[in-house]
Design a protein around this ligand. Structure first.
Ligand code: ANZ
Ligand code: ZN
Length: 818
């Protein structure tokens, strides 16, 4: 039970802050700028507790930066395009715009109820033309620069709904709507050439503080491999191609090649397949195209494949090896063909065992007994069965073979990336129309700047028709060619919504600017974002795309920075009280509105920050909420006390000194912990301070000046965490409005220093050492410290600790003996 009306306090101050505009951000403020962002939410309907967990602590951190004296920009917006709005339109007959904007409205209210510092005049809502017109503008700029291009790419296709499916709409290989097995189709689609930036994206040097885990994920996602592109001779077949090119990182194993494998989509499959193998090969290829890359790559999946009835010659060993088609080779990686070396690659080993292909060891482990291995040996060793390279280490072998292969023109050293170009096209309605026009005379033409935005038409067909919903809107599709004025047809795909989030940080800097996506001067003053916070699930897509975006704008001369986000912090996940993920089906979802309606926003904020380290998350608990409520009551108690009641003549100097020390230590601790997002330990130290102050009030051993100072600084430390009660109590304690325009208190190192004393350590009655310890040390710690002393240890050798006699220390004196 709260002893004060938190809900009323919330309402009162939220209104007043808003009215007074205390969080309005001024670009021209003279204080140093600090741009801190939390990932903007998708307007799914209700702000759930996970949103609170992302946003309340980040708000506390931004508030802390304000109190440190920065001009802080901590904005919010809505990631408002995307598939769920369209699904709502299909299932409930609401227009995506209506659905989205009513959710936005509701979530704005909920965000306000958190007591956040957002400057609502800087809100960004991506589905509005004033935002997405700049997506279109950027698209045309990227196109001019050759960074946007069109190519055929497979989409997931439901043969029964006759429609393209998003990955989220595929469950275990079937369409989520009709449960038909999905297939793939090739469509002309738009790409951004992010691969041009692959090497630069691997350079994290100018980032200041990103979690290692995220850097590793980006590194793996980009997947840079150095290797050799080497050709196998097929000139006997009399077709145009004279060789099969394969990419290998292990050219040292070339003498161990016992077969070649082509990806099912490889163009040479149909050209090389023999008549007698054709039916089987075609059946296999058809089936492989239906399964996803993830399935195909999975290591424990059974390797399958079909011999195509043809052979290729290994030019180094002069051997003919059989050619297979197998789905564990991907068409999109390397050359789409692999030299099979079963002795030294596990996938090849599994494949060879299954199809009874020879396994030939060519790298000998140092302890090899010469017998045939039972699994691939992937380590380093000596070259064996390898012609002229016999006896080299395999590292030397890589160098020597690569050099020889290049000299003879059979191949060349190369670098391959896992990273693919960014597929931008979505065959969807609720997104930014791609601003391109097709003309029979002039080909593909970008919509000129003066004709932007290309508005998303209001009327659209949401039932699946087999085409993008915009394609059947004749008045949208038919337009003039921007170049010749003749009849043109608009592109009917819309953009991936990661386009929106790739540059929203720029829009936040000057959100009302209408002559361009952002005003260059103010934006370069704010950028890059000093601190970004959000979920680790965005490790690769969003965080890589936005890095690419900033670099490409830099290269177009629009910005002078290399990275969008200097520091990144990933919060953890908040679980149900049963320690399971919150979900409707488990019935463990906590609705923050209800809790806030009972105990106010601050108790919820404090609870979320107290449950554990922010990056680790933790379970919801009513018990925990109650604990925080009790603590806030105790704090309220302190604020209620009238310091005039204290009798300054009864003051105990030891208590005063101790109080100052605890106060200044707390300030130091809170300052250091808030800086590093350690909210839980910040709150824990504030709790200790409250305990101490309660005790000395009850003793009556504190003077009124120290008391006043302690309460004042306590409230300032509480302000970023519990902004409403801090403001209310600040006013009550007689300070001016607003606590949120005060500085964070500073501490005095001397006052924070521990008093020290010298312990005299005796062993069996004889003095052995003197050690310096903090005056507040507990007996057990003192004993530990004494035992650690080398001088003491040399006199207690061989004695079990439990047998040691510990002499009780004399009354009134600190010290211990052994
Ligand atoms: C022969 C070999 C022998 C290989 C050996 C490895 C070990 P990373 O490091 O990930 O780049 N590979 C090449 N293209 C492929 C494709 N399209 N689909 C599936 N696998 C492909 O992997 C490079 C290795 O993956 C290449 O080196 C190739 O197998 C395989 F003892 O070549 B290796
Ligand atoms: Zn034309």
């Amino acid at each position: 039970e709260l002893r004060f009306d938190a809900v009323e306090i919330d309402r009162k101050w939220q209104e007043r802050w808003e009215r007074d505009g205390i969080y309005r951000v001024d670009d021209n403020d003279h204080r140093p700028k600090w741009f801190e962002m939390t990932m903007y939410p998708y307007p799914s309907g209700d702000l759930h507790i996970g949103h609170w967990y992302a946003m309340a602590p980040s708000d506390a951190h931004a508030r802390f930066r304000r109190m440190q004296g920065y001009n802080v920009l901590h904005p919010i917006g809505f990631d408002a395009f995307g598939l769920p709005a369209e699904n709502a339109a299909i299932s409930r007959g609401i227009h995506p715009y209506e659905w989205t904007m009513s959710n936005v409205e509701n979530m704005r209210r909920q965000l306000r109820s958190m007591g956040t510092v957002y400057d609502w005049e800087r809100e960004v809502v991506c589905c509005l033309p004033e935002y997405y017109r700049w997506n279109q503008w950027f698209f045309t700029k990227l196109y001019e620069r050759g960074l946007a291009y069109r190519a055929k790419a497979p989409v997931v296709w439901c043969p029964s709904c006759q429609t393209v499916l998003a990955n989220e709409q595929v469950l275990n290989g079937v369409c989520e709507r009709c449960e038909t097995t999905i297939t793939r189709r090739d469509f002309e689609q738009w790409f951004f050439r992010i691969t041009d930036y692959a090497d630069e994206l691997l350079d994290f040097d100018t980032l200041e503080e990103w979690p290692d885990k995220i850097l590793t994920m980006q590194r793996n996602w980009i997947g840079r491999s150095e290797g050799v592109d080497i050709g196998f001779d097929i000139s006997d077949y009399g077709i145009e191609e004279r060789e099969i090119r394969t990419f290998t990182t292990r050219i040292d194993t070339i003498f161990g090649v016992t077969f070649l494998v082509l990806a099912p989509e490889h163009p040479l499959v149909s050209k090389l397949t023999s008549d007698s193998r054709r039916a089987e090969v075609e059946a296999y290829v058809g089936q492989a195209r239906a399964s996803s890359e993830i399935d195909r790559l999975s290591a424990d999946r059974d390797k399958t494949g079909v011999f195509i009835g043809a052979y290729a010659r290994n030019r180094l060993s002069n051997e003919q090896v059989p050619i297979y088609v197998a789905d564990y080779v991907l068409t999109t990686y390397g050359t789409g063909a692999v030299m099979g070396v079963p002795a030294h690659d596990q996938r090849d080993y599994d494949f060879a065992r299954k199809y009874r292909l020879p396994v030939r060891t060519v790298i000998a482990p140092i302890t090899w007994d010469g017998r045939e291995p039972t699994e691939a040996f992937i380590g380093d060793g000596f070259m064996t069965n390898s012609g002229a390279y016999e006896g080299m280490t395999n590292e030397e072998g890589i160098e020597a073979i690569a050099k020889d292969v290049e000299k003879r023109g059979w191949g060349h050293r190369t670098v391959t990336y896992r990273l693919r170009d960014w597929l931008i096209s979505r065959q969807r309605y609720w997104g930014t129309p791609i601003p391109m026009v097709y003309c029979d005379e002039c080909g593909v033409q970008p919509v000129p700047e003066a004709d932007l935005p290309v508005l998303l038409p209001e009327d659209a067909e949401f039932r699946p028709t087999g085409e993008s919903p915009l394609a059947i809107n004749e008045s949208f599709v038919n337009t003039e060619c921007p170049k010749c004025g003749g009849p043109g047809r608009r592109e009917t795909d819309t953009m991936d919504t990661f386009m929106d989030s790739s540059w929203y940080m720029l829009r936040y800097c000057t959100p009302q600017f209408s002559d361009g996506p952002f005003e260059p001067q103010a934006t370069s003053d704010w950028m890059p974002v000093q601190q970004y916070t959000g979920g680790a699930e965005h490790a690769v897509m969003h965080l890589l795309y936005s890095r690419f975006f900033i670099k490409s704008l830099r290269d177009m001369g629009m910005l002078d920075i290399d990275e969008p986000f200097l520091r990144l912090f990933n919060q953890g996940v908040i679980l149900g009280s049963d320690h399971e993920k919150m979900s409707k089906s488990r019935g463990n979802v906590v609705n923050p509105d209800d809790v806030v309606g009972q105990v106010g926003a601050d108790a919820v904020r404090c609870f979320l920050m107290f449950i554990g380290p922010w990056d680790q998350g933790g379970p919801w608990s009513d018990e925990g909420i109650n604990g925080v409520v009790r603590w806030l009551n105790r704090a309220w108690n302190l604020v209620e006390h009238d310091p005039a009641q204290l009798d300054d003549s009864a003051t105990d100097t030891v208590t005063v000194r101790e109080t100052q020390r605890i106060l200044h230590q707390t300030i130091r601790k809170c300052y250091e912990d808030l800086d590093k997002f350690k909210f839980n330990t910040t709150i824990a130290s504030l709790m200790e301070l409250v305990n101490h102050l309660s005790r000395v009030w009850n003793d009556g051993s504190i003077d009124s000046a120290t008391w006043r100072e302690s309460i004042e600084k306590f409230l300032l430390m509480l302000a970023p965490i519990a902004p409403h009660v801090a403001e209310e109590w600040w006013e009550r304690a007689g300070h001016g409005y607003s606590i949120h325009q005060q500085s964070f208190p500073s501490w005095d190192e001397e006052l924070a220093a521990e008093d020290e004393l010298t312990l005299v350590v005796q062993v069996n009655g004889r003095l052995r050492d003197r050690i310096t310890v903090p005056a507040s040390i507990e007996d057990d710690d003192a004993r530990e410290r004494a035992l650690e002393s080398p001088k003491v240890q040399s006199h207690i050798d061989g004695q079990d600790r439990a047998e040691r006699r510990v002499r009780p220390r004399p009354p009134g004196q600190r010290g211990g003996g052994l």
